[in-house]
Design a protein around this ligand. Structure first.
Ligand code: HEC
Ligand code: HEC
Length: 255
């Protein structure tokens, strides 16, 4: 009788690729949870963008007074006595703080930094920043890191800035670096293109496509991002310029 090996192979691959990316998205989870509660409990008065009540616009960070996150959480739990803002007596402080995080995130990074200049940013990106050593925009540059031609359409300015200042903080799963150590040879790192039960394919740091048989490796697994923190090389003005430049990249060809 013939047995089909396919379901077994699929299960192994799923198990291997499904390994959790330790703790990297804890904050994103909190914000996501706050968003869920906001949409079910608050949005019918404040609106999905948080701007339906006069003088309050969460989406643009406009409050009637300065709140700390702690005070925001107390307001969410206690309501505003004598006003239509209702209390939520059953809600835990942690839950209220997650909503406060979400309220903050609604305005964070909607716009590029006010003092940034996209033209100067492009010059820094292609020159002093050495970003094209690893990244390409419209086909110019390297394929070692992710292509940034459409980065402004998929990431908010604050997220781009965070990637520059602290590259290790949050790495998109599809961008994670991989390291293989062949038996009796030096380790090789690169962008993971594909991995199955028997082989691993990488784009190494010289942009060469490399394929390895897992049986020939003594070790293999995810590695830290090779991206250096931009603050080592660039001033805060130059970083603001680069963030503005990258936020402007939406996939259209720029002159
Ligand atoms: C029944 C309508 C209603 C619901 C539901 C509601 N709010 Fe409000 N909220 C208001 C009104 C109206 C005000 C303004 C009160 C005032 O005039 O001081 C307010 C004020 C606030 C303020 C103070 C803002 C400032 O700048 O002073 C915060 C923060 C807030 N709401 C958050 C929330 C959150 C978070 C939720 C969901 C957990 C929520 N609200 C649910 C009606 C509502
Ligand atoms: C040595 C290679 C290298 C250099 C130099 C480098 N990067 Fe990166 N960069 C990467 C890699 C690899 C990733 C993907 C992993 C990660 O997010 O850290 C990345 C990620 C990013 C991201 C996030 C992309 C996303 O999809 O979220 C941005 C934005 C970025 N780089 C911008 C820059 C800028 C601007 C510079 C120059 C100041 C730069 N990088 C220099 C390798 C590099």
């Amino acid at each position: 009788m013939r047995r089909t090996a396919l379901p077994w192979v699929t299960a192994v691959i799923t198990a291997a690729l499904g390994a959790p990316a330790t703790g990297q998205h804890a904050t994103a989870f909190d914000i996501q949870d706050g968003k869920r509660v906001f949409e079910t409990t608050c949005a019918n008065c404040h609106g999905p963008d948080g701007d339906l009540i006069a003088g309050i616009d969460f989406g643009r960070g406009v409050f009637r007074r300065q709140f700390t996150n702690d005070e925001l959480a107390d307001t969410i739990i206690g309501g505003i006595p004598g006003k239509p803002m209702p209390p939520n007596p059953g809600m835990s402080k942690e839950q209220a703080l997650r909503i406060a995080d979400y309220l903050r995130s609604m305005s964070e990074g909607r716009a590029a930094p006010a003092n940034g200049d996209a033209r100067r940013g492009r010059t820094v990106f292609e020159g002093k920043g050495e970003c094209t050593d690893c990244h390409a925009v419209h086909g110019v540059g390297s394929r070692v890191g992710p292509d940034l031609t459409r980065i402004g359409a998929v990431r908010r300015a604050a997220e781009i800035e965070r990637s520059l200042l602290d590259p290790k903080a949050e790495v998109q799963p599809e961008n994670r670096f991989y390291k293989v150590t062949p038996k009796n040879a030096k380790p090789i790192v690169g962008r993971l293109l594909n991995r199955d039960t028997f082989t691993v394919q990488l784009l190494d740091t010289d942009e060469r496509l490399r394929s390895f048989s897992i049986a020939d490796l003594s070790q293999h697994g995810f590695d830290d991002t090779p991206m250096p923190a931009a603050s080592k090389k660039l001033t805060s003005q130059q970083i603001a310029d680069v963030v503005t430049y990258l936020s402007s990249l939406r996939g259209e060809v720029t002159p």
